[in-house]
Design a protein around this ligand. Structure first.
Ligand code: X8Z
Ligand code: ZN
Length: 614
């Protein structure tokens, strides 16, 4: 099942509306009668057996669909997606009936809880709702994965447009790609609002206020406490973001002139090297300061010059995990994964990591290109696979990360170890070209362009959806609210005017695919906590950003101890197992970037930082 769905309920299916919802035998009607701890236990055990079977076959359908998009695989995926939705809704409703049984042991209680909140996109139980939900989810997913853009009038697919946003520097072409890609959203609007209605109905039946409330309830704390925690983490990191924004805006102004990028106000969204302005590392060359900013190498160039292939990048990622003492990936990983984009058919290019049989049928699905972004993304995806394998001994309901941010943070933590010294070990960089301490500002700025720039984006996607799901954002102001948040949080502005005829949220993968996004915000913070802890365990004493724990088996053993817990314990315990602390904290991230923050503040002296939200 795909890692980023709560219990595989991502409803990624594509295809046509099923004439009727598939019928499914209900194994549990009799068990409901006796509400005893024993009955609760056998309900869970039977449920997990049923889930395992359906997840495996539905994952196979989803896999074939994602790697071979056509009307037939769409229909298959919709069919199995519907069955999964029906099963999970039924089990969630039944598990609620055992919730107040007296004398439940810890695990029974926790598993009931996780079963109740474990569906990402619930349907109500009324006839036809699950089928309609899956059919629409499918249509949205298709619309996203077959979306196109143009450059110089030439039609290109989404994956190509995504890559070119990182390399093209002509503002007119950037605006063209941005605008044509974003025009894919308009046709999604009605389907999206229908999904919101149906899934909210499903969430209410399960006892939640709405889907946002359901999403916020998966964190071993109340939904309000969770929202407050994300707010605290953003408040702590926001000053660093504002300094980065201020500096980058000035550099873009210098590069393009005030006509293209004014000196004050928001940054034009298409100038930042990424279709969604979520990570800015691709325009490092534009913002690199004289001298200190010349880090002496560019990872994309190193990979291209060394004639790396996509497969070699994946092998390199695997080797990092092996160096920590993790077993090699199974042979089937190499025969079953989709590592590059097929030439002859449509696929879902957005990267994902799978464990199809919930045992060891690990795979990645990527349209890998030989560049720095995908080098990192490969490590990110492999982090999911090693997590999936580490917890595969747990009961199925616990075969998940401590919270969804943990799943997203593991590979990223590994990728923070891709230091110049590590690149020397790989033979990609000559020893003589390792940047000295006088280049630290450049190294940190390069990292901040990806890591710090992401924070407000990581937060706003779900803040928008929380608003949509709780009704404070309505279909008639979907796009205005989205772009207001883009302005408020990120301080960016679209290159062309937007109206309610557009639906810009639909042009970011996770919205039409209903994948919650706060996970990535949490992961941005957590990965620095993990990384700092790993570096301490490795006895590292230098500046944090120069640490690579490559080859350290002690770190690997401690990491594995956290991973193999799955979701069996509240996340603060898992965090404590690896880092010694129970709190999510921005401090390690801030410590990593502290020298840069000081430097940015100096650079920005006399500048009018920030932007007006009027
Ligand atoms: O979606 C992803 C992964 C798959 S879980 C490639 N990421 C987010 C995104 O691309 O928007 C990783 C970073 C943020
Ligand atoms: Zn991921």
């Amino acid at each position: 099942m795909k890692i980023f769905a709560k219990f595989g309920a991502s409803a990624l299916a594509l295809g046509t509306v099923l004439a009727a919802a598939p019928a499914l035998a209900d194994h549990h009607e009799t068990a409901e009668a006796e509400r005893t701890p024993e009955a609760a236990r056998s309900f869970l055990d039977e449920s997990m057996a049923e889930m395992r079977d359906l997840f495996t076959i539905s994952s196979r359908a989803a896999w074939v669909n994602s790697t071979y998009l056509n009307q037939d695989t769409d229909a298959l995926n919709t069919y199995f997606g519907t069955l999964v939705t029906q099963m999970l809704v039924r089990l969630a409703n039944e598990s609620a009936q055992y919730a107040d049984v007296e004398g439940l042991d810890y695990d029974t209680n926790r598993q009931l809880d996780q079963l109740r909140s474990g569906i990402g996109l619930p349907a109500p139980t009324r006839d036809g709702a699950a089928a309609e939900l899956n059919a629409i989810a499918t249509a949205l997913s298709t619309a996203y994965s077959t979306g196109t853009a143009t450059m110089n009038g030439e039609t290109i697919n989404g994956n190509e447009a995504e890559a070119r946003m990182g390399t093209v520097r002509d503002p007119a072409l950037l605006a063209e790609m941005w605008t044509t890609w974003h025009s894919n959203g308009a046709a999604m609007r009605d389907n999206y609002s229908r999904i919101v209605t149906i899934a909210n109905e499903g969430a209410t039946e399960l006892g939640y206020d709405n889907v946002g409330d359901l999403w916020r309830s998966g964190y071993d704390m109340t939904p309000d406490e969770f929202a407050a925690m994300t707010e605290r983490l953003w408040t702590e990191t926001r000053p660093l973001y504002e300094q980065l924004h201020c500096y980058v805006r000035a550099e873009l102004n210098e590069e393009y002139g005030s006509e293209v990028q004014p000196e004050t106000g928001p940054i034009r969204a298409d100038l930042l090297g990424n279709m969604w302005a979520q990570e800015w590392g691709n325009i490092y060359d534009i913002v690199a300061p004289e001298g200190a900013g010349d880090v002496g190498y560019d990872l994309t160039e190193l990979l291209v010059n060394a004639e790396y292939t996509p497969e070699r990048i994946v092998r390199t990622g695997e080797a990092f995990f092996s160096s920590l003492g993790f077993d090699a990936l199974p042979e089937t990983f190499w025969t079953r994964s989709q590592i590059t984009e097929p030439r002859d058919r449509n696929v879902v290019c957005h990267a994902s990591a799978w464990n199809v049989d919930s045992v060891d049928d690990l795979r990645i699905k990527m349209c890998t290109r030989v560049n720095a972004d995908d080098f990192t993304t490969v490590h990110h995806e492999l982090g999911h696979n090693y997590y999936q394998r580490a917890y595969n001994q747990q009961p199925l309901i616990y075969q998940n990360s401590a919270n969804d941010g943990f799943h997203e943070a593991i590979g990223d933590m590994i990728a923070l170890s891709i230091t110049p010294e590590y690149l020397v070990q790989l033979g990609l960089l000559d020893e003589a070209n390792v940047p000295g301490a006088d280049r630290d500002t450049g190294l940190l700025l390069r990292q901040a362009m990806d890591k710090v720039a992401f924070l407000p984006f990581g937060l706003l996607i779900d803040r928008w959806r929380w608003g949509v799901y709780d009704g404070s954002i309505t279909p008639d102001n979907y796009n205005a609210a989205w772009n207001e948040m883009r302005l408020n949080y990120q301080g960016i502005t679209p290159p062309v005017e937007r109206t309610e005829a557009d639906f810009d949220p639909g042009t970011k993968y996770h919205v039409p695919n209903n994948v919650s996004y706060t996970r990535y915000f949490l992961a941005r913070i957590l990965q620095f906590q993990f990384y700092q802890a790993a570096c301490e365990q490795a006895g590292w004493e230098g500046p944090l950003h120069r640490c690579s724990f490559y080859g350290n088996e002690e770190v690997g053993a401690r990491l594995n101890a956290m991973l193999e817990m799955g979701s069996s314990r509240p996340w603060p315990e898992a965090l404590e197992a690896f880092t010694g602390t129970r709190e999510m904290s921005a401090e390690p991230m801030l410590a990593y970037f502290r020298p840069l923050q000081t430097w940015l503040e100096e650079q920005n002296e006399g500048r009018e930082c920030g932007w007006s939200v009027e």
